[in-house]
Design a protein around this ligand. Structure first.
Ligand SMILES: *Cc1c(COP(=O)(O)O)cnc(C)c1O
Length: 465
């Protein structure tokens, strides 16, 4: 498969190169040249397959030319062997219409592990055959950072510089990053929001001096291979609930638009999806964009669901690319306007290409209510992000015969203070995390803006002679 940039002027890349690349050189994001299609029979044949085998079938067209099915199977077997549930991604029924897809059984208790456990192994495989030394720069609202660090700690050919907004992530999230002590891992706390950190990442990708010295790469959800890995669980779960004969809807707690975009990809590949519900918290740029065409940046409000406290959703550009008929130069002009004006209006024409989506903005009271409903009605303790998805699912106007699967994106213990505030119950950390709260932490605070960050990276990144 060949990959093209959403802004139309960067070179096309293979799967291997797109996995190791960050942003495209024209500032865009890479997407497959076309969406591969599965026939309804091929989808029906997924019934009864385990998670690894489903992964091999779904990802095969995307990795073609870079990995064989057998090579992919080995990597997926290792990646999903690190999960604490035999089904990898189990589905739990809440009531007659509502289900939870539990994506949090990986090593850091959030759905990001599903993609990053595979990505770490893809990096190792592709770098083993090359002379490259990668400098990974990333910004995290909490969960990406911990999942990336767990996936990449100790790799020889990779240095990781992971920024998080100081004081705005949970203690469990922070400790999952700062207690992984390895020579290639650098945790950086910055004074500002997630969007400020993300802006540093974008700026470094466009900084010629840094690009001359370092082979910069990314593991946030602008990385195509991550999205690919997330497409798998939409198929896996839908087939278990009766697809392709029966259409399923998904409600997705959304921040950077990666997870729900993977659902869109599944639909483009032929999975019959009734609807994708984009659930946001009060940081509702995506809700405004999808409901009224107003994609304009507001200020970020810190909430109990910090992984969704985002205003600029990078992956939305991938949807915009399809919405404007895959017109790269046209989108490049739109995005240049957006970067200047901090707003973009989406025409009715463009919106017509996104009818699969609806959206909802969930406030803190609605979040708490959904969390308590799951606890009282179904005996499930859920985390605040999942509760936002569930609230949006329960507000939807879908008829009762359409199953709605809410993506349970984090284990409740990862956000136990917020869960306790909403429900009165304090979720226990799983035993496999034993000792997390007692281990030594390592983290640098970056005082200052982009220059301070760039200085730190320059002083600490390894280069190959
Ligand atoms: C990252 C994250 C989200 C948002 O996912 P996106 O792909 O950024 O939309 C939601 N919930 C949790 C727990 C997360 O870690």
């Amino acid at each position: 498969m060949e990959y093209v940039s959403t802004r139309g002027s960067a070179p096309t890349l293979s799967f291997e190169d797109v996995t190791l690349a960050g942003l495209a050189s024209d500032g865009g994001l890479y997407v497959p040249r076309e969406w591969p299609r599965l026939t309804q029979d091929e989808i029906a044949d997924l019934a009864g397959l385990g998670y690894v085998e489903t992964c091999v079938r779904i990802c095969a067209p995307f990795v073609k030319g870079s990995l064989t099915g057998d090579e992919l199977r080995v990597l997926a077997t290792e990646a999903y062997g690190s999960f604490a549930h035999a089904a990898t991604v189990p589905v739990v029924q809440l009531d007659a219409q509502h289900w939870l897809m539990e994506l949090f059984h990986g090593p850091t208790l959030a759905f990001k592990d599903v993609a990053l456990q595979l990505l770490g192994r893809l990096f190792e495989t592709f770098l083993a055959n090359s002379e490259r030394q990668l400098t990974i720069i990333g910004a995290t609202s909490g969960d990406t950072g911990s999942a990336a660090i767990h996936a990449l700690a100790g790799l020889e050919r990779v240095d990781v510089f992971m920024m998080h907004p100081k004081g705005r992530i949970s203690d469990v999230q922070r400790r999952q990053m700062t207690t992984m002590i390895a020579p290639n891992i650098h945790n950086l706390a910055i004074e500002g929001s997630f969007d400020d950190a993300q802006a540093h990442v974008k700026r470094m990708f466009g900084d010629p001096a840094m690009n001359r010295r370092f082979d910069l790469s990314a593991v946030n959800s602008i990385n195509w291979a991550r999205l690919m890995a997330q497409v798998v669980y939409y198929f896996y779960t839908a087939v278990r609930l009766g697809a392709p004969e029966r259409k399923v809807a998904f409600s997705v707690p959304t921040g950077n638009f990666g997870d729900v975009f993977a659902g869109y990809v599944a639909a483009q590949m032929g999975l019959p999806i009734e609807r994708l519900i984009v659930a946001t918290n009060v940081n509702d740029i995506l809700h405004r964009a999808l409901s009224s065409g107003d994609y304009s940046v507001g200020t970020v409000t810190a909430t109990a669901a910090p992984s969704m406290d985002i205003q600029v959703s990078s992956n939305f550009e991938r949807l915009l690319f399809d919405m404007c008929g895959r017109d790269g130069p046209g989108l490049a002009a739109m995005m240049a306007g957006f970067e200047k004006e901090k707003r973009l209006s989406i025409s009715d024409n463009m919106q017509a290409a996104a009818t699969l989506f609806t959206s909802a903005r969930i406030d803190p009271d609605e979040m708490s209510l959904a969390l308590r409903w799951a606890q009282a009605e179904a005996g499930e303790l859920i985390d605040p992000h999942t509760a936002i998805g569930l609230a949006a699912a329960r507000q939807s106007d879908l008829p009762p015969h359409v199953p709605i699967v809410t993506l349970a994106t984090a284990h409740p213990s990862k956000f136990r203070d917020a869960v306790e505030r909403a429900s009165g119950a304090r979720p226990r950390l799983p035993n496999r995390l034993g000792g997390l709260m007692d281990r030594e932490e390592r983290c640098e605070t970056i005082h200052g803006g982009y220059e301070a960050f760039a200085d730190y990276v320059s002083a600490h990144a390894r280069v190959r002679a």
